[in-house]
Design a protein around this ligand. Structure first.
Ligand code: FMN
Length: 164
């Protein structure tokens, strides 16, 4: 059975909702695929090597992917290098108002791994501005969650059919 690995980190819940939606979309689209949703801290090189496709989901914090997401890549990058060539991936970014730097960082790492993006990074802005808003739990809109579901479904279908 092929596995779609979804690795995420989330501090105030926004990225988690996006990752959950992608997982639900993937599972609904392809029941034959195993969908593995792991927190970045739980995910290791064996999970990466064992998967046929990937969703990387992170907040943008301080103009970068979150520290735990970076730690995941730091721990797995060289163990997986040259062993993932050509596999497909998608990136989900939850940001306050930007998100482009986190997306760029993931794209550079994925390029190093020779992964292939199946779509542009999906960046969702929560528009939190003040320190209080930024630290509050986030609620991602239904429209954005549907986009995450769709991305998960598309990736899952391509992985299951072997077209990516
Ligand atoms: C320490 C910190 C730094 C942040 N820096 C940025 C930033 O550089 N750009 C941005 O768009 N949002 C920034 N944000 C806002 C978060 O991306 C936003 O709150 C997002 O919803 C967090 O995702 P999460 O709910 O999954 O934790 C920052 C938030 C925190 C806590």
């Amino acid at each position: 059975m092929k596995t779609l690995l979804i690795v995420y980190h989330s501090m105030t819940g926004g990225t988690l909702q996006m990752a959950n939606a992608a997982a639900a979309g993937a599972a609904a689209a392809e029941p034959s695929l195993q969908v593995s949703l792991l927190r970045a801290a739980e995910a290791g090189a064996a999970h990466v090597l064992g998967a046929a496709g990937y969703v990387f989901a992170t907040p943008e914090n301080l103009a970068a992917m979150s520290g735990q997401m970076k730690d995941f890549f730091d721990r797995t990058y060289y163990a997986a290098l040259e062993r993932l060539n050509g596999r497909p991936y998608a990136a989900l970014i939850c940001a306050g108002s930007d998100g482009r730097n986190a997306a760029e960082q993931i794209a550079r790492i994925a390029t190093g791994w020779r992964l292939r993006p199946i779509a542009d990074p999906l960046i969702v802005c929560t528009h939190a501005q003040t320190p209080e808003e930024i630290l509050q739990p986030k609620r991602i809109s239904e429209t954005h969650l549907q986009q995450c579901e769709q991305l998960g479904a598309t990736l899952a279908a391509g992985v299951a059919m072997g077209i990516f």
